[in-house]
Design a binder for this molecule. Structure first.
Ligand code: HEC
Length: 184
């Protein structure tokens, strides 16, 4: 048998009738429609179970997202106050309760590292002889020198506000030595 007839016969085997064709299309359309229906049903169920229109939760989620996206560190330029001090200053502006440390607290937290012995020639707490000449420079100069740095002392403005620096000098010098810093 020539090859042509073999091929023609085989195609004949697989040809479908018009009835079979339309039956197939009907069934196929039914399957697609059912799947669509199931999809819509699942969406409706999922929405009723997990959909959340509560504005309070929405706001909380928003807040958390913002918090998570904020950088975990910040660069502080010299001269900018430390974060704790910045927030204290803000709350002062807004009339809130400010937490300004006492002179003794500031001294113990920041200044004592250098001002208790003879470190780099730093005048020690309560050493009237060492403070004598320096005190006569007056408040403005002394506070400025501490905030911006002076001689061997690095700038302390990042660790204490001017108010706290003044309080620290008041405690370290005035209360502990009896010397008095002139106003200007
Ligand atoms: C890293 C060490 C160090 C720290 C911390 C430090 N000081 Fe000093 N301070 C010095 C040294 C050193 C001097 C002497 C500077 C000089 O004459 O060269 C000095 C000098 C001073 C003077 C005299 C400045 C002048 O004009 O003569 C004052 C006032 C003073 N310090 C206050 C403070 C206060 C207040 C703090 C804390 C807020 C503080 N210091 C923290 C090292 C330090």
């Amino acid at each position: 048998m020539p090859l042509y007839f073999v091929v023609a016969l085989k195609i004949e085997d697989y040809q479908v009738s018009a009835e079979q064709d339309s039956a197939f299309i009907r069934n196929f359309a039914l399957v697609i429609a059912t799947l669509l229906g199931v999809t819509v049903l699942l969406i409706v169920i999922a929405n009723s179970l997990f959909g959340d229109d509560d504005p309070a939760r929405e706001a909380l989620a928003q807040e958390r997202a913002t918090e998570n996206m904020s950088p975990s560190f910040a660069v502080r330029l010299s001269g900018e106050p430390a974060p704790a001090i910045a927030s204290a200053e803000e709350s002062e502006e807004s009339g809130g309760v400010t937490e300004v440390r006492s002179g003794e607290q500031v001294t113990q937290a920041v200044c004592i590292a250098c001002h208790q012995g003879d470190f780099l020639n730093a005048p020690a707490v309560g050493d009237a002889g060492a403070w004598g000449d320096r005190v006569s420079k007056g408040w403005e100069t002394l506070i400025g020198n501490v905030a911006n740095g002076y001689g061997n002392m690095p700038a302390q403005g990042g660790a204490a506000s001017e108010e706290e620096i003044r309080a620290a000098i008041e405690w370290m010098v005035e209360s502990e030595t009896g010397l008095e810093v002139p106003e200007s």
